[in-house]
Design a binder for this molecule. Structure first.
Ligand SMILES: [Zn+2]
Ligand SMILES: [Zn+2]
Length: 68
C-alpha cells in the first residue's frame, strides 16, 4: 500500500493535472473545481462542512465535567 498519486475524490483529477487540497474533515483530496466553500473554509463536500462545524458523531457523549 502506498499513498502516492493523490487525486480528487470527486472528479478523479490526479495531482499532476489539478491543484489538490485536502479536506480538514476527512483528509481526502479535492480539486479547485470540486471545492465546497463554507464560511471561508474549503471542504471536499457539504457533508464534510457540516461534520466540521457540527461534529461528526451522533451519540452526544458529554463527558465534560463543569469546572468547579
Ligand atoms: Zn475534482
Ligand atoms: Zn471531506
Amino acid at each position: 500500500m502506498s499513498d502516492e498519486g493523490q487525486k480528487c475524490i470527486r472528479c478523479g483529477d490526479p495531482e499532476e493535472s489539478a491543484i489538490l487540497e485536502h479536506c480538514p474533515t476527512c483528509g481526502k483530496h479535492f480539486c479547485a473545481d470540486c471545492v465546497y466553500r463554507a464560511t471561508g473554509r474549503r471542504f471536499c463536500s457539504g457533508e464534510c462542512a457540516r461534520a466540521f462545524f457540527y461534529g461528526d458523531s451522533d451519540d452526544y457523549d458529554s463527558d465534560v465535567d463543569p469546572a468547579d
